[in-house]
Design a protein around this ligand. Structure first.
Ligand SMILES: O=C(O)C(=O)C[C@]1(C(=O)O)C=C[C@@H](O)C=C1
Length: 354
């Protein structure tokens, strides 16, 4: 997939962040036009508005559908902005293409369904339009890459990914957990694919748009897709996470975009320290595995099972608490200990199997 091209739109500054902004849903012609006018006045160039809204439960506002396409055409005519919307079926694609929509995105629930993705990809075959694919609701990188691959296999070359976070049971801070490791891994696997952050859906609240956007910039994301509404508190959907165009302009203006890639003597010295510490870590891990091997031998001779659940539980709890005291994250340490234990168990299984 190294033939993926940037989302270059004539007349739009290609420097990051490329910002796509607009209301969650197109509600009325007035709201669509008013929001677009305010955004254009702040210098935003790419407009978004959902016409077909996949709602979790029936009864919510499901969008105005194709009736909103002439409103987006008016946005284009009157503000000069590019316009974009979400598509979830072949009929949506056909209506959007016939209506001259400039950019399409595919939602998280659709991206999770290979049949729906294939249907959309087939409807896009032979077209030259930028397409952005949101991450599936579950943290499944392969499914996300698969969805992107289907679009690419249909001949689309200007493709981007949208990171909108992942469904999580714990809604205390985020509406959708960012799990940054997943878009980081996506970038490692597909370095030419631009990634857009959707801080509105990750955060679910307007206060989180600025910090999440900054984090995305610091992780090298190419763009942002953000919900903005002329009157957020009156929005028909997702009102808590929408901001006014003025507030969005303020947030974007205040982002720090760090682009420096050259290193200095100082950084090289610090990296040398990291390399040395990693050597020591590996040496220690190898020593730990050798001891684990010996325990495996003992277990074989004494007919003991490999998994010692109580001992494992104790060491997980002890090291997680110790990590917190040492200024590290509890969950991080649990993940490290789980990985070490998994390898230790695997090696002991081999000893028992010999
Ligand atoms: O304590 C043991 O019995 C071990 O084999 C060591 C070890 C570990 O790697 O820490 C490995 C497997 C057990 O489930 C518990 C702990």
């Amino acid at each position: 997939m190294n033939d993926i091209q940037p989302i270059a739109l004539p007349g739009v500054d290609p420097r990051r962040p490329l910002v796509i902004a607009g209301p969650c849903s197109a509600e009325t012609e007035e709201q669509v036009i008013e929001t677009a006018r305010l955004l254009a006045a702040e210098g935003f160039r790419i407009y978004r508005a959902g016409l077909w809204k996949p709602r979790t439960k029936p009864g919510g506002f499901e969008g105005v559908g194709a009736a909103g396409i002439p409103w987006l055409q008016r946005v284009r005519r009157e503000t000069g902005m590019y316009v974009s919307t979400e598509v979830a079926t072949r009929e949506h694609v056909a209506a959007a293409l016939a209506g001259g929509i400039d950019l399409l995105w595919i939602g998280a629930r659709t991206a999770a369904n290979p049949f729906a993705m294939q249907e959309i990809a087939d409807a896009l075959r032979g077209q030259d339009i930028p397409v952005l694919v949101k991450n599936p609701v579950s943290p499944d990188l392969e499914l996300w890459i698969g969805a992107i691959e289907r679009i690419r296999n249909a001949g689309i070359r200007r493709i981007g990914a949208i990171h909108r976070g992942f469904t999580s049971i714990d809604k205390s801070l985020y509406r959708n957990h960012p799990m940054w490791a997943i878009p980081i891994e996506l970038h490692r696997r597909l370095p030419s694919l631009p990634i857009f952050c959707d801080p509105s859906h990750i955060g679910g609240k307007r206060e989180l748009i600025a910090p999440l956007s900054q984090q995305a910039m610091d992780l090298g994301f190419g763009g942002l897709i953000v919900e903005a509404h002329c009157s957020p508190d009156c929005a028909w959907s997702d009102k808590a996470q929408q901001v006014t165009p003025e507030a969005l302009a303020y947030i974007v203006r205040n982002l720090t975009i760090r682009e420096q890639t050259s290193t200095t003597e100082n950084l090289n010295e610090l990296r040398a320290q990291i390399d040395k510490l990693d050597d020591e870590l590996l040496e220690l891990l190898a020593r730990r595995m050798r001891v684990s091997h010996e325990i495996g031998q003992y277990k074989k001779e004494h007919d003991m099972p490999v998994l010692q659940a109580q001992r494992y539980e104790e060491l997980l709890a002890r090291r997680a608490a110790q990590a917190v005291e040492m200024g590290m994250d509890r969950e991080f340490m649990r993940t490290v200990m789980q990985a070490i234990h998994e390898e230790s168990v695997r090696q002991q299984m081999q000893v028992l199997g010999k």
